[in-house]
Design a protein around this ligand. Structure first.
Ligand SMILES: [Zn+2]
Length: 190
């Protein structure tokens, strides 16, 4: 056990490793395969609207609850985020992660810890940031984004939207990822 926080490169590396182990390094990423590989039971449940997802780890049993009422793109991000908690943070015994609406798609880099510090959150702000970075890397691996983007004009909103659909993510999540990868200028965002 270590207290060293994983940096972004480490999180990217772990996400690709998980995808390869699950034979899911393909577009769109098959989260069912990832769930099977990580031995997580996924349940789509009626949850409070503000709750995106919950991860319950008890001994060898791993259950993820995803809000059944949310848009499928958001469900995918929530599930990938819960996988991030499992992969990055599950070293402290039995844990319960409850994720309320974090408006994660509106955040890129530089967010203060405060922005993630929801009053009823049971996780630490740095864990939320890391789980979001992991989700982004898992759903939009840089190598696959570069491959799919090669013939697109990313200054065109329609091309970004097309890329988002290809990966099963929201336009906003894709825009943020493209910024992170240096493929899109911040000023292109409305
Ligand atoms: Zn979380």
């Amino acid at each position: 056990m270590t207290n060293v926080r994983p940096d972004r490169a480490e999180i990217e590396r772990r996400a690709v490793e998980i995808l390869e182990r699950a034979s899911a390094f393909d577009v769109p990423v098959d989260l069912e395969k990832v769930a099977r590989s990580l031995e997580v039971n996924v349940h789509f449940d009626t949850l409070e609207d503000k709750v995106s997802g919950v991860l319950i780890v008890k001994g060898a049993e791993r259950n993820a609850l995803i809000n059944a009422m949310h848009h499928s793109n958001r469900q995918r991000f929530s599930l990938a985020h819960e996988f991030g908690h499992l992969v990055l943070h599950d070293s402290e015994g039995d844990r319960l992660f409850i994720d309320t609406n974090m408006r994660v798609y509106q955040r890129v880099g530089g967010a203060t810890d405060d922005a993630y510090n929801q009053p009823d959150s049971m996780t630490k702000p740095h864990e939320e940031r890391e789980a979001n970075q992991f989700a982004s890397a898992l759903l939009m691996p840089s190598e696959l984004v570069l491959r799919e983007a090669v013939n697109l004009d990313l200054s065109e909103e329609t091309d970004v939207a097309y890329l988002a659909r290809t990966f099963g993510v929201s336009d906003q999540a894709m825009s943020i990822r493209l910024q992170q990868l240096g493929l899109l200028q911040l000023t292109n965002l409305s």
